[in-house]
Design a protein around this ligand. Structure first.
Ligand code: ATP
Ligand code: MG
Length: 239
């Protein structure tokens, strides 16, 4: 059976799509079979990113070929979740069949999207990851959302994102303690740093991160963004 992750927050712009993209590409790089599901209708940002990359590839294949490692993979599938019970049942069937190791879902930023919420109630989701930025309204709304998600999902975790280098560790520690101890919600130990590379899609330079076709650049792993530690924590430490 596939393990399913959703990236979820009620407030927009916290990094759901960016982290879901990077996580899917990283899993693929680890030679895991990954299916990526864009449930964020009608924007479908992740699905549309793949479409833009494919058309970029058609016009400039050499540039991408240079960036994709030789021991490359087949491209992992990205599907859109349409509304309707049949689409959800299909997805649940895919999970149960074990065709994939992981299913990663970019979730809509709403607890009122009945189609997406039905997936949660139908016990499709194993892990809910809430990317959270250091903003009181985001933290408060994520605490509320996480408390509701915990009724259906065993593993619900905050993931600090967009962490600036000058921000004090103590501020995060205080929030982390409150979230864990007062509300009983998990918080990932590793954080996702803020990096301008996260804002870039495939471009002319050699360093990029938000790509569904190319693996993240090694330079980012080493210096700017320790995504490997973050993602190892997501898949290895079960709550
Ligand atoms: N760690 C980071 N460092 C720098 N920029 C980031 C980081 N994470 C996300 N961003 C940027 O923040 C913006 C919002 O990110 P993203 O689109 O992933 O959020 P989202 O939660 O999916 O938003 P929405 O609710 O609109 O779907 C994007 O411009 C993205 O590139
Ligand atoms: Mg998004």
């Amino acid at each position: 059976m596939a393990e399913t992750f959703i990236f979820f927050t009620v407030k927009g712009g916290t990094g759901k799509t960016s982290i879901a993209t990077l996580f899917s590409s990283w899993l693929d790089q680890q030679k895991k079979k990954v299916l990526c599901v864009d449930a964020d209708a009608p924007a479908y940002n992740l699905y549309n990113l793949r479409q833009r990359e494919l058309s970029e590839y058609q016009t400039n294949p050499e540039a991408i070929d240079r960036l994709v490692p030789e021991d490359s993979h087949s491209i992992y599938p990205i599907i859109k979740l349409g509304s309707g019970i049949e689409e959800r049942q299909n997805l649940i069937h895919i999970k149960q069949k074990g065709l994939f190791d992981y299913i990663v879902v970019d979730f809509p930023g709403s607890l009122t999207d009945s189609n997406a919420i039905a997936l949660i109630k139908e016990k499709f989701v194993d892990h809910a990851i809430l990317p959270t930025i250091l903003d009181t309204s985001v933290i408060v709304s994520n605490i509320k959302a996480a408390s509701q998600l915990k009724n259906f999902i065993q593993d619900v975790r905050f993931l600090w994102n967009n962490v600036l280098y000058h921000e004090k560790e103590e501020i995060y520690n205080e929030h982390t303690q409150t979230i864990q101890q007062t509300y009983g919600i998990g918080v990932c130990h590793h954080k996702v740093k803020s990096t301008s590379y996260m804002r870039r899609e495939y471009g002319s330079d050699q360093i990029f991160i938000k790509s569904t076709l190319c693996y993240p650049a090694k330079t980012l792993k080493d210096k700017k963004l320790d995504y490997e530690s973050v993602f190892n924590e997501l898949i290895n430490s079960k709550i």
